[in-house]
Design a protein around this ligand. Structure first.
Ligand code: TYM
Length: 332
């Protein structure tokens, strides 16, 4: 049986990229596999967060997962800080991973920006914690958007080096699962930039909690170019905004990008945007409404997280003991 693990940061503004690139795929996987879905609050504090916002965002993301269709009984849904094994294994991986490996991580370079000296040590070591998240449960398949691919390659290197260093065959190979047509959703303001929770412009993204008016307005104002819509994907490289909007239509309607090109190619952006907005509203507004209802009654969300935390700890505990034995930590 494949074991699936994936995570999302509780940093507010869950957006269409998170939904199409990850969460929607998680929902699809729950029917077939054992899945753990983790709200990675330890990752979130690699950058300073107001405590009360972190708490609220953790509940909001949990509500988003449930509202999108994840079942709290069939899956283990929990917040990372409630399973101490993540931090413990991350420390061991800090001692396995090499500085040179982490120096190559593009996400650290992007997030730390020019002022690298001032970034937290946690932000630098972030991919080691990510490897620990997955390998603590010996998960084999990790459904993510494209931006996480490099981190998963690192997780694989760490697992391999651990196995080699200790002469064991303990950790499995980690396989990214990057599927669907929206593996990299771009900003609505700039088709060359990833849609992101941290973009200062709210017009750059569609949030899962946006109402119909907000969704329609953001799509209406989305950046385009002066030409009509491309009729085939060969034109996409030179036309990032058209590629992104048409990709969103394909993903939301679960058709191929070629179908979207055939249907809308040669047409005007304005008419296409109306149809895209209607589609996005139809798909997202019910999720947003469910999310808001769940957030009004946090007891249900907290119950799911508490139960998920208990089940995750139970799974992690025996593995952690085995890891301690492999490393040689005395368990008197
Ligand atoms: P995070 O919180 O940035 O994003 C959660 C998921 O959403 C995907 N995603 C996107 N997909 C398509 N287009 C976009 N614009 C877009 N933006 C985000 C991400 O690829 C991700 O799948 N480091 C991770 C969280 C994490 C994790 C893990 C993931 C921690 N431990 C272990 C997998 C396994 C992160 O920051 O995701």
């Amino acid at each position: 049986m494949k074991r699936i693990f994936s995570g999302v940061q509780p940093t507010g503004n869950l957006h269409l990229g998170n939904y199409l690139g990850a969460i929607r795929n998680w929902v699809k996987l729950q029917d077939e596999f054992d899945c753990l879905y983790c709200i990675v609050d330890l990752h979130a504090v690699t950058v300073w967060r107001k405590p009360e916002e972190l708490t609220a965002n953790t509940r909001e993301v949990a509500a988003g997962l449930l509202a999108a269709g994840l079942d709290g009984k069939r899956n283990i849904i929990f917040n990372q800080s409630q399973v101490p094994g993540h931090s413990e294994l991350a420390w061991i991986f800090n001692c396995v991973a090499r500085l040179g490996w982490l120096n190559r991580m593009t996400q650290f370079k992007e997030k730390a920006g020019k002022n690298k000296e001032n970034a937290s040590v946690g932000l630098f070591a972030y991919p080691n914690l990510m490897a620990a998240d997955i390998l603590l449960y010996k998960a084999t398949h990790v459904p993510v958007g494209e931006d996480q691919k490099q981190h998963l390659e690192l997780a694989r290197d760490i697992a391999q080096k651990f196995n080699n260093d200790f002469g064991v065959d303990f950790f499995p190979e980690v396989e990214p699962l990057i599927f669907g047509t929206a593996t990299r959703v771009m900003s609505l303001r700039d088709g060359t930039k990833k849609m992101s929770k941290s973009d200062p412009s709210d017009y750059s993204r569609i949030n899962m909690t946006d109402n119909a008016d907000a969704i329609a307005k953001k799509i209406r104002k989305a950046k385009t170019d002066p030409q009509s819509l491309p009729a085939n994907v060969e034109k996409f490289d030179a036309r990032p905004e058209a590629a992104n909007l048409m990709g969103l239509y394909a993903a939301l309607s679960e058709t191929s990008i070629e179908d979207v090109c055939n249907r809308f190619g040669g047409g005007e952006f304005s008419a296409f945007k109306k149809q895209l907005a209607d589609l996005a509203v139809a798909k997202l507004v019910p999720i947003g409404e469910r999310m808001r209802r769940l957030m009004e009654d946090p007891a249900e969300v907290d119950r799911v997280l508490a139960q998920g935390g208990r089940r995750a700890r139970q799974l992690a505990e025996p593995t952690l003991k085995e890891i301690q034995d492999v490393v040689g930590f005395l368990r008197p």
